[in-house]
Design a protein around this ligand. Structure first.
Ligand SMILES: Nc1nc2c(ncn2[C@@H]2O[C@H](COP(=O)(O)OP(=O)(O)OP(=O)(O)O)[C@@H](O)[C@H]2O)c(=O)[nH]1
Length: 344
C-alpha cells in the first residue's frame, strides 16, 4: 500500500494558515489532486471550516490541541479519512498555539497505525507580529513562534504587505538564524509563484534540528518542574483542566471563549467591540447576521487587523464567535457582547 503524504500547516494564531490551506485546496482542484483536510481548533466551533469547499473530505478536531489533549484521536481521524476518501494527500491545519514538536510526534505516532509519511511542515509567519515580538525579544508567544520556525521545512513569510521592505529583510535574517534549512517564501495573502512552491516542497523536515529543540525543551521544563502543566480552556459557561502529565506545552495559559449570538447585530456596534478588545485577546473570529441587510458576515480579528466579509455558509452554522487569548476577563467581554445583542 502506498503512503499518503501528510502536509502540516503550523504557525501562530491568525498568521494565515487557513488562507494558505484554501489556496492549496484550489490548486489541488485545478490539478485534479484529491485532498483531505484535518482542521484543529482549540475552541469548540470551527468557523474556518466554512472556507473549505463542501466537496473536500474533512475532519474537524475541536476543543483541544492535536499536540496534546486530543492527540489520541489523530490516528483514528487519519484512518477514517484514508478509508472513506482515499485521498492523494492529507493537509493538517494545526491550532495556532500547538507545540510544533508535539505535532510532529503526534503524526509520527499516527504513522505506526496508518500508511502515511510527513511530506512537509509548513510554518506560516505573520511578518508584522513576528517583527514586533522579535524586537521585544522575550515572552511565551515569541518562544512559540521561534519553535514553529525551527521545526519547519518550509517558511511562508506572510502579511509582507503590512511591513516595510527593510523590515522584511530584518525578519528574514532573524528567521534564517533560527532555521537555516527551510526556504523562506515572502507572501501577501499566501500568494506565491507556483514554481517556488513546488521547489520548496522538496525540502525535508530536519530531524536533527528537531531533536536539539526537544532536548532544549526537556531541559527548560526539568529546570522549572513546578510549572503548571495543565492545559486550561474556558468555554462559555464552564472551565476544565486536562491533566496531561509528562507533556510540555509552550502555551498552557491560553483561553478560548466561545459565544453564541442570539440576535442579528449592527455591523458598526460589533466593530466597536472588536476594535476595543482587551490586549489579552489576540485572536477573534465569528459569524453573525447583519441587522442592516440580513446577510451573514464573517469577521476576523488577528493582530490588530479587522476584516469583515459577507459569506454564504455552505452548511448550517449558528451565529457564533471565538475569542482566544490570555488573562482577559470573560465576564466583561460577555457584558459588552450582550449589550449589542439582546434577545427581543
Ligand atoms: N493584510 C493581510 N491580511 C492577511 C494576509 N493573510 C491573511 N490575512 C488575513 O488575516 C486573518 C487571519 O487569516 P487566517 O488565514 O484565518 O489565519 P489562521 O492562521 O488560519 O488563523 P487561526 O487558524 O485562527 O490561527 C484573515 O482576516 C485573513 O484574511 C496577508 O498577507 N495580509
Amino acid at each position: 500500500m502506498k503512503s499518503v503524504p501528510i502536509l502540516i500547516l503550523s504557525g501562530f494564531l491568525g498568521s494565515g494558515k487557513t488562507t494558505l490551506l484554501t489556496r492549496m485546496l484550489n490548486d489541488d482542484l485545478r490539478k485534479g489532486i484529491k485532498p483531505a483536510v484535518i482542521m484543529n481548533e482549540i475552541g469548540d466551533v470551527n468557523l474556518d471550516g466554512q472556507l473549505v469547499g463542501m466537496g473536500v473530505p474533512m475532519s474537524e478536531m475541536l476543543s483541544g490541541c492535536i499536540c496534546c489533549t486530543i492527540r489520541g484521536d489523530l490516528a483514528m481521524e487519519i484512518r477514517r479519512l484514508i478509508d472513506e476518501a482515499n485521498p492523494d494527500h492529507i493537509l493538517i491545519e494545526a491550532s495556532g498555539v500547538a507545540n510544533p514538536i508535539e505535532i510532529l510526534d503526534a503524526v509520527t505516532e499516527a504513522a505506526f497505525f496508518n500508511p502515511i509519511e510527513i511530506q512537509a511542515m509548513i510554518t506560516v509567519v505573520d511578518a508584522a507580529h513576528f517583527l514586533d515580538r522579535s524586537r521585544i525579544g522575550k515572552g511565551r508567544t515569541y518562544r512559540l513562534m521561534k519553535d514553529q520556525i525551527r521545526c519547519s521545512s518550509i517558511l511562508v513569510l506572510n502579511k509582507s504587505d503590512l511591513v516595510y521592505t527593510e523590515d522584511l529583510e530584518e525578519i528574514q535574517k532573524n528567521m534564517m538564524g533560527l532555521n537555516p534549512f527551510a526556504p523562506i517564501i515572502p507572501t501577501a495573502h499566501c500568494d506565491m509563484d507556483e514554481v517556488v512552491w513546488l521547489q520548496s516542497l522538496s525540502s525535508k523536515v530536519e530531524l536533527d534540528a528537531i531533536d536539539r529543540l526537544r532536548t532544549e525543551h526537556q531541559e527548560r521544563f526539568d529546570y522549572n518542574d513546578s510549572i503548571d502543566h495543565l492545559h486550561t480552556q474556558e468555554h462559555e459557561h464552564h472551565e476544565h483542566n486536562h491533566g496531561i502529565s509528562g507533556h510540555h506545552h509552550s502555551y498552557d495559559h491560553v483561553m478560548a471563549y466561545s459565544h453564541y449570538f442570539p440576535e442579528p447585530l449592527e455591523d458598526n456596534e460589533l466593530e466597536r467591540v472588536l476594535n476595543d478588545l482587551p490586549d489579552g485577546v489576540y485572536r477573534a473570529k465569528g459569524i453573525f447576521t447583519s441587522k442592516k441587510n440580513g446577510k451573514r458576515v464573517m469577521f476576523q480579528f488577528a493582530y490588530r487587523q479587522l476584516e469583515l466579509i459577507t459569506i454564504q455558509p455552505e452548511s448550517k452554522i449558528q451565529d457564533a464567535a471565538v475569542f482566544i487569548g490570555e488573562h482577559f476577563s470573560k465576564e466583561s467581554l460577555l457584558k459588552k457582547l450582550e449589550e449589542i445583542a439582546r434577545p427581543a
